[in-house]
Design a protein around this ligand. Sequence first.
Ligand SMILES: CC(C)(COP(=O)(O)OP(=O)(O)OC[C@H]1O[C@@H](n2cnc3c(N)ncnc32)[C@H](O)[C@@H]1OP(=O)(O)O)[C@@H](O)C(=O)NCCC(=O)NCCS
Length: 187
Amino acid sequence: MFFRPIDDDIKLSLSIPQYAIELFELTDNNRTFLKQWLPWLDGIKEPLDTKKFLERQLLRFQRLEALHTTIFYQNQIAGVLGYNQIDRANNIGHIGYWLGQEYNGKGIMTKSVRDLIEVGFNYYCIERIDIRCAVENSRSRAIPERLSFRKEGIIRQAEKLSDKYVDHVVYGLLKNEYTSNTGIITN
Ligand SMILES: CC(C)(COP(=O)(O)OP(=O)(O)OC[C@H]1O[C@@H](n2cnc3c(N)ncnc32)[C@H](O)[C@@H]1OP(=O)(O)O)[C@@H](O)C(=O)NCCC(=O)NCCS
């Protein structure tokens, strides 16, 4: 496949249906971990569910509505990352992500999101990147905070998880706050 190298161990690929079996296995092995913060686990029961999801994402990519990528760490699928929604009317990219628990703590997501920011600003005419995290999801919040996103506010009861509603913190990064040639955020 075609890959974007992030470093010696990490690479991103456009998500394709051919990844369904391996991605399903990662999802299935991390059900309890992921369910803490993601609402869709009960809808993924077998590899075919993952395949259908990836097919939908590819169609949305074709329509420039989304860009879903699969993260490889040492050639194994470690998680996913993407612009889950690209709001073309307002040039906003909404980022979402998850990693298998065994891949946490290595900087994989922060490095990958940094790269996706470049892709969004340089190739997708995105002017604002939006990341929303549950207030208590400190690992997720640390990613936009490391990348100098601005904390813009709280949306109350923004998402229903399996056992509770959670408030979201909204983080934003504007293109004019970002200098692509140095990789430095300038706000
Ligand atoms: C959110 C999630 C992706 C964060 O994973 P993560 O491993 O903490 O994030 P990163 O891959 O950026 O790694 C950061 C960790 O690696 C360490 N690290 C090592 N090298 C690093 C580097 N070069 N750059 C940044 N961090 C590095 C950091 O210190 C940090 O570890 P710490 O938390 O022990 O301090 C993961 O916990 C997850 O998938 N959670 C469940 C799903 C979820 O919550 N999704 C988001 C919904 S909004």
